[in-house]
Design a protein around this ligand. Structure first.
Ligand code: GLU
Length: 398
């Protein structure tokens, strides 16, 4: 579990801020950039960011928006055109039919999650998060004054929670369940029948809202269509917020566009907060995201194949090293590497992460994700970089 930053907890910040730590993924990425600017040769596999160029038609749409003077405030939750494009994405790619009025657009999926949780949590509320989890989920929950309830998962169980585990964890104070499929940092991907089994439990617990973070849906290596709770259990859709975006699928991380759909009361609540935070998502980025959702999607299959090949390369290389192992992730572009046998040598996974950094590879320790004794590799880097990083990891641990 992450600890609040010592410098911050000593400073006159709010009690809410003192409860949280900086993002471990962005902190390691910043550190890698800093070391590079000092002339060090660092390969960063710390951040989940596709290395592919943003598609040409998306970049052209952003340029056209600038040339057309599309540089003003927009509606708080996004332009009408943007909301329609997001609704098209939810229907076509996730199987969720939703009117544009139940869609909102924000500065990355992260802001949608932040607003949804801040808008609904009260002190004492509990939020169920399958662990290992994405670094920002528990920090946002703590910032909102609510309690994180970890639902531990392991490689043997595919890093997925079971219906029985969910049923045992729910209390009258449970406000949210956070689901992420395919998941960061494990790649865990829920098949439809498992989502329906979770749905059965949720039906019996009407106080629980569900956040389904589907940002990695286009990056699935399992056969069949993507499964998501709101589509598998439409009767539950009135309490499911589904979050998606263009960052991962369309290599648009810097544009900062996330989309969410859910019940109208929640969308309104999120937009009320957004009206006082960022005001609206960037006008130029919205034009680019419309092109991403409405334009050709055929390149996605090619990107997915390249990611799959990289995944296989990383999994094989890691599993060939003494003391390291990783299961084959079903989706996203991360491997959760177990390094437990190396802990007698390094002490903990933060020390191992530092050791790897000294050998020129930036990764994020498993403890940043509510895991332990391991690290996450992002394989969203080109093949030559991955091969060199794997050589450096081998040299560092053997
Ligand atoms: N979601 C990506 C990651 O986990 C980007 C960085 C972040 O927002 O955490 O690496």
């Amino acid at each position: 579990m992450t600890k609040p930053d010592a410098h911050i907890s000593a400073a006159p910040v709010s009690a809410a801020l003192a409860r949280i730590a900086p993002s471990r993924t962005t902190a390691m990425t910043d550190r890698a950039m800093e070391l590079r600017s000092e002339g060090k040769d660092i390969i960063s596999l710390s951040v989940g960011e596709p290395d592919f160029a943003t598609p040409v038609h998306v970049v052209a749409a952003a340029k056209a928006a600038l040339d057309a003077g599309d540089t003003r405030y927009t509606a708080v939750g996004g332009t009408a055109r943007m909301k329609q494009a997001a609704a098209l994405h939810f229907a076509r790619d996730l199987g969720i039919e939703v009117p544009a009025a139940q869609v909102t657009v924000s500065a990355g999926g992260k802001q949608a999650i932040f607003h949804a949780l801040l808008a609904t949590l009260n002190p004492g509320d509990e939020v169920l998060i399958p662990a290992p989890w994405w670094v920002s989920y528990p920090e946002i929950v703590r910032f909102a004054g609510a309690e994180v309830v970890a639902l531990p998962t392991d490689a043997a169980g595919g890093f997925r929670i079971s219906a029985a585990q969910l049923a045992a964890a729910i209390t009258p104070r449970t406000r949210w369940l956070l689901l992420n499929s395919p998941g960061n940092p494990t790649g865990a991907t829920y098949p439809p029948e498992e989502l329906r089994a979770l749905g059965e439990v949720l039906r019996a617990n009407p106080q629980v809202l569900v956040m389904s973070d589907d940002i990695y849906a286009p990056l699935r290596y399992t056969p069949g269509a993507h499964a998501t709770l709101a589509a598998e259990c439409p009767d539950l859709a009135p309490r499911v917020l589904t979050v998606s975006g263009v960052s991962k699928s369309h290599a648009m991380t810097g544009f900062r566009i996330g989309v969410a759909c859910g019940p109208q009361w929640l969308i309104r609540a999120m937009e009320t907060l957004q009206s006082h935070s960022s005001g609206n998502p960037c006008s130029i980025s919205q034009a680019a995201a419309v092109a991403a959702f409405e334009g050709p999607q055929d390149f996605l299959a090619d990107w997915r194949n390249r990611f799959r090949a990289r995944r296989d390369r990383v999994v094989a290389a890691i599993n060939a090293l003494p003391g390291l192992s990783t299961p084959v992730p079903d989706g996203a572009f991360y491997c959760m590497v177990d390094a437990a046998p190396l802990m007698s040598r390094f002490g903990n996974d933060d020390a191992l992460a530092l050791h790897l950094l000294e050998h020129g590879v930036a990764i994020v320790a498993a403890s940043g994700f509510g895991g332990k004794d391991g690290f996450r590799i992002s394989f969203a880097a080109d093949e030559a970089q991955l091969d060199e990083a794997l050589r450096r990891i081998a040299a560092a641990v053997t």
